[in-house]
Design a protein around this ligand. Structure first.
Ligand code: UDP
Ligand code: MG
Length: 195
């Protein structure tokens, strides 16, 4: 299976590029952020707990995220691969993902890191906040999310560099331009696989 992580700071374009990747390569999409927002909408217990972290721009604890993902992975059958969007967000979660996938005799094939300058992230998220209705797209929470990303999430990059599946993607330019860079990298991996 083609298991891909799409990684990057808040506002780097993970969700946008995931949609295009899914369409082109026929992968299943797992966005932990979207799963959490669905839980909040349905007012579940998990949703209530998650909201208290999300509204502050903090990470939902590893055990909650990992449990949610385990359920989701079990639902997947006969897919060509999975794109993990917004997960793993801590090195602990990266270890847990490796463990979970190994139970299905699978592994992460590729980690795509969308590299975008911080000023650009803030500008994009403020723009998105005008229409997204997301409780966390305001300046104060955006700045907190970026700090949390740098402290807790960025170390995940080194984890996947060590695993030998890291690829940096220049995240500037138009959506299609960035998507073309991603496609080149994915196609190169697919070719290497089939050798
Ligand atoms: N979140 C989390 N763990 C996850 C996914 C999301 O803690 O695995 C929380 C976190 O508070 C984050 C928010 O949900 O700031 C929004 O996540 P999402 O991935 O949707 O936002 P993005 O970073 O793509 O803007
Ligand atoms: Mg997102």
């Amino acid at each position: 299976m083609l298991n891909v992580i799409i990684f990057g700071p808040p506002g780097s374009g993970k969700g946008t590029q995931s949609e295009k990747i899914i369409e082109k390569f026929g992968l299943a999409h797992i966005s932990t952020g979207e799963l959490l927002r669905a839980e909040i909408k349905s007012q579940s217990e998990l949703g209530k707990t998650a909201a208290s972290y999300i509204d502050r721009g903090e990470l939902v604890p590893d055990n909650i995220i990992i449990g949610m993902l385990e359920c989701k992975l079990r639902e997947l059958n006969g897919v060509r691969g999975v794109i993990f969007d917004g997960f793993p967000r801590t090195v602990e979660q990266a270890y847990a993902l490796k463990e979970m996938l190994s139970h299905h005799e699978e592994k992460v094939c590729l980690m795509l890191n969308l590299e975008v300058a911080t000023e650009e992230l803030v500008a994009r998220l403020l723009q998105r906040g005008k229409t997204s209705g997301r409780s966390d797209d305001n300046l104060e929470t955006i700045e907190k999310r970026i700090r949390v990303y740098e402290q807790q999430t960025a170390p995940v990059i080194d984890y996947y560099k060590n695993e030998g599946c890291y690829e940096g993607i220049a995240g500037f330019g138009g959506i299609d331009e960035i998507f073309n860079r991603i496609c080149s990298v994915i196609e190169k991996r697919i070719t290497e696989f089939s050798k």
